[in-house]
Design a protein around this ligand. Sequence first.
Ligand code: HEC
Length: 132
Amino acid sequence: MPTTMPKLNQPQTLSVIALIAAFLTGSVALNGCSITEEIKQIQKVQRAHDIQERARTEDLTGEQVYMRSCNTCHSKHGPAPLLDKLSEHFPDDEGLKKFIRQGKGLMPAQPASALNDKELDNLVNYLRNLNT
Ligand code: HEC
């Protein structure tokens, strides 16, 4: 029995080529689509991150920063000392800022990612006027 491949006639050859072409364009299109989806997803995450970042480092007033980050501990019934001896303990603003940036013991550090320089200025102004 002869084992030759069956010969395709011309219309059959054309349909095979059409099939392969359809498969290739289809997969390219699909691929393109999933890359677009991925980019969209990445942009979405990036946007959410930007929003979060802005919310965190928006230029808050000294009072807002204090209420958000300090008041829980530094209030009458909190575990931290009242901030009524600041002029005694920190006669200059630079020393006070350095202390706030670094934190100490239980007191958390306040890096620039949590408190920008302007907010730190606002906070120090607020603290200076707290007991006057
Ligand atoms: C988790 C609690 C906690 C938070 C929140 C906190 N602190 Fe403190 N803070 C402390 C403790 C405890 C000390 C005492 C540290 C020590 O001397 O060991 C302290 C000490 C201080 C001192 C020194 C006081 C002095 O008279 O010597 C300053 C100034 C200060 N904190 C400012 C701040 C500011 C400003 C914020 C907000 C950005 C803040 N703290 C947030 C717990 C906290």
